[in-house]
Design a protein. Structure first.
Length: 189
């Protein structure tokens, strides 16, 4: 149940233009219509399809990108493309299930196969986490992942998200129920 007085007043996110954030050589920027082909290519990766629970057609990519800016304006989520100098997306970092009234959100990420292992997801996650804590006032962000998918555990640890427990049979995938690790970072961690 949301508190009767919202932790963060409605409008605080949407009052801002979605910022460009930088960390080392990485640039986090809003998704653009022109990213559709790259998005389709990213979702050709079986691992991304599996853990993000969907495939991506050309039409689906255009709708997905439109939905990103809708989420920002409705303050229900925030999603950045992670690029380098060449402006080609190599990853995605996002908060979904954003609830300003509670001051909480949930992180999501993927990195294209050829860029994995470069600490892209943990650095991008740390950058958006700091931004949400300092600029918007969230107090808790969670990251959950299937116990059958171990790389996000390293991402969580590197981005300062403490392990809080295992939620048994929390998520239903095509191959059945998965236990989920719960990690979270607080604004004063
Ligand atoms: C999880 C994911 C976002 C990590 O991004 P990343 O930028 O590669 O993160 P890191 O560099 O910190 O690597 C994390 C772990 O990934 C694994 N990894 C490293 N290189 C890898 C590669 N080339 N291919 C697959 N996994 C690799 C390692 O276990 C690594 O931890 P380690 O260095 O301690 O061994 C990325 O693997 C991915 O997109 N996976 C598919 C989608 C997904 O699972 N998303 C998370 C859903 S909650």
């Amino acid at each position: 149940m949301a508190p009767s007085t919202p932790v963060i007043p409605a409008g605080r996110l949407a009052a801002n233009r979605q910022p460009r954030l930088t960390v080392d050589e990485l640039i986090l920027r809003p998704w653009r219509t022109g990213d559709s082909p790259r998005l389709v290519e990213a979702y050709r990766d079986e691992t991304i399809r599996r853990w993000h629970g969907r495939s991506m057609s050309e039409a689906g990519a255009a709708a997905w990108i439109a939905e990103r800016s809708r989420r920002w304006t409705t303050e229900t989520g925030a999603d950045w493309a992670v690029v380098r100098d060449d402006d080609v997306p190599i990853g995605r970092i996002a908060l979904h299930r954003l609830e300003l009234a509670r001051g909480t959100g949930k992180a999501a990420a993927w990195v294209v196969p050829e860029a994995r292992g470069g600490r892209i997801a943990p650095r991008a996650l740390d950058a958006i986490t700091r931004w949400f804590f300092t600029e918007i006032g969230l107090h808790r962000i969670e990251l959950t992942h299937s116990t059958a998918n171990t790389p996000p555990c390293q991402v969580a640890a590197r981005a300062g998200y403490a392990y809080e427990g295992t939620k048994r049979r929390e998520a239903l995938h095509a191959d059945g129920w998965h236990d989920m690790h719960l990690h979270a970072r607080l604004d004063d961690d």
